[in-house]
Every structure is written in C-alpha cells, then in structure tokens.
Write a protein of this length. Structure first.
Length: 311
C-alpha cells in the first residue's frame, strides 16, 4: 500500500517533545500509519553528538497513548550511528552482526516496543561481508524483532546481491529500498551536500518495477523546503537547465489544480510507476495538513505527462 510516511528525524531535538507529540497525534488523526526514524537521529543536533532522541520521543508518545502501538507502523534504522562524535558519520557503527544485534535491542528499548515493522540498513558497510549483514537481518525477522527489513542508501546491485544471498540461505531478505528522490533531479554526477545520500536513478525505478516484492521509499522528497520557501534555496547540484524546465511545469500544473507545488510533487510520487512511499517531515500542523491533503490530489494522464516530459 502506497502512503505518506512521517519522518521523525528532528523529533526530540529541533522539534520539541510537545510539538512532536502534536504532530504525531495529527498524523494519526489524518489516517497516517508509518513513522520513520533511526537510531542516529538526530546526533548532529545534540551537543553530545549521539543520536537516539527521535526514537525516545516516539517511544514516550507511544507510552502516553494506550492502544496507539496497534494503530501505527514503526520504521527505524541501524548503521549510521557515530562511534566518535568528533568524526560524525566518518565513524559510523556499520553493519556487523554484533552491531546490528546490539543496535536493535537499544532501539526497541528507546521505542518501548517488542518489534519494529521495518528495520533498515541505514548506509552501506563494505568493510563487513555482505553475507554477515544478510544473516543478522534475517535473524531479526526470524526471531520476531523485525517484521520486514530494507536497505537505505544502497545501490540496486548490492540490494540484488543481498537478496540472492538471503534466498540461498533461506532467510528473509530486504523488501524495500530507501533512497533520495523528488521531482526535481540533481545534475548527474554532481555531489550532494550530504555525501551519505544516495539518489534514485532510472535503473533504480526499472529494478523496482521488475520486482513486485520490492517497495521504494523516498526521503528529501520536498528538497528541504526548496519547492516553496525563498529562504531554502536548492543545492548547487540542482543548478542546471532541467531544473528550470521542470520548475516551470510544476508551477503550471499546481496553478491549474489549485494545489501547492509540494502537493503536486507528493501526488506525482504516490501515483507514479513505480509508486513511491514519500517520507515527509513537518515542523508545524499546517505543514502536516498540507502534506496529508496531497493524498486527495490525483494527477490525470495529461498533467503527469507534462511533468514527466519536462527536462
């Protein structure tokens, strides 16, 4: 089922607990289910340099809302928690079996739950044999601590290799990819400001189309406010003629439909081929309502064709 995922990255740090609880409440009121976090969120916002604040905030919200655990689906990640605050992601914990087992236990403790509904390998770790990572993720599904597992910021060929290893060992394999994706696209080969981000490419879309068991989740879908806020300029990687053409098409379709550009982008993702589960953060209830309203916006073939044809 394709649906909007609430990104909880800044809950408990930049977004305070009361505000986070209000956003979570409204998300569920509006029919939302998936909440996405990670064990390292948001280490860069905290003086100690360590994550866990987002998971703790979500866990406290669940504890104060009896019966809420049965209404929501929890997604969290392992692999990118720094081991040295001074070095940040350059000291990421990685994906060894020992790290994954310990991190899962810590995440479940912070969330106050017995299982998560999706557990992600947050980043690649080529210093650990892929078979070791595949094995421990399969173990988490087998013992019930993870209902499903996925790979974030990982190339399609590595995901396919991991799925092959899992099938050969008769253990659960990754059933979802989480990558950076939006309507506007960076210039091919241009570096992104966050070196850890991995972008969706045409071959990624082709891969997901060919594998019915795979879902595609997307983060940075609204380009950190770049579609509608003058104070949030696009990254340098988006400075190319295609951005001009696509921005014009997006503005035209949004005007015709009486929608915001953010809503058109989300509708484009939700109704695409393959359909995408967009992860969207919100810092205000008004922004969250704008996001959730996009589910009611349907792009007809002509509008979608114009958006797709703009380059």
């Amino acid at each position: 089922m394709t649906e909007i995922v609430l990104g909880a990255m800044l809950f408990g740090t930049r977004i305070g607990e009361a505000e986070s609880f209000a956003l979570l409440d409204r998300f569920v009121e509006r029919g939302g289910r998936w909440i996405d976090t990670a064990n390292n969120y948001a280490f860069w916002e905290h003086p100690s340099g360590f994550g866990g604040q987002s998971e703790r905030t979500v866990g406290r919200w669940l504890a104060e809302r009896p019966g809420m655990r049965e209404r929501v689906l929890l997604s969290t990640k392992v692999g990118a928690q720094p081991t040295d605050p001074a070095r940040g992601l350059d000291s990421a914990e990685g994906l060894s079996a020992a790290v994954v087992r310990a991190a899962m236990g810590a995440s479940l403790g912070r969330l106050g739950v017995e299982h998560v509904d999706m557990y992600w390998a947050h980043v690649e770790d080529r210093g650990v044999p892929l078979g070791e990572t595949v094995g421990v993720f399969g173990e988490l599904v087998a013992d019930g601590r993870a209902r499903r597992i996925g790979a974030s910021n990982t190339p399609a060929w590595r995901v396919e290799r991991a799925r092959g290893l899992a099938a050969g060992r008769d253990v659960a394999g990754w059933t979802a990819l989480q990558l950076r994706h939006s309507y506007l696209l960076p210039r091919p080969g241009a570096p992104l400001e966050s070196w850890s981000h991995r972008q969706v490419f045409p071959e990624t879309l082709d891969y997901v189309r060919s594998e019915p068991a795979l879902e595609l989740w997307a983060y940075t879908t609204l380009l950190n406010g770049g579609y509608g806020r003058a104070d949030r300029p696009l990254e340098r990687a988006y400075d190319h003629p295609g951005t001009v053409s696509r921005s014009a098409a997006l503005a035209e379709v949004a005007r015709e439909l009486g929608a915001t550009r953010n809503q058109v982008v989300l509708a484009w993702l939700l109704g695409g081929d393959p359909a995408v589960l967009p992860i969207v953060g919100a810092s205000t209830l008004e922004r969250l309502d704008e996001v959730m309203d996009s589910r009611d916006l349907k792009l007809d073939a002509e509008s979608r064709g114009r958006l797709d044809a703009a380059w």
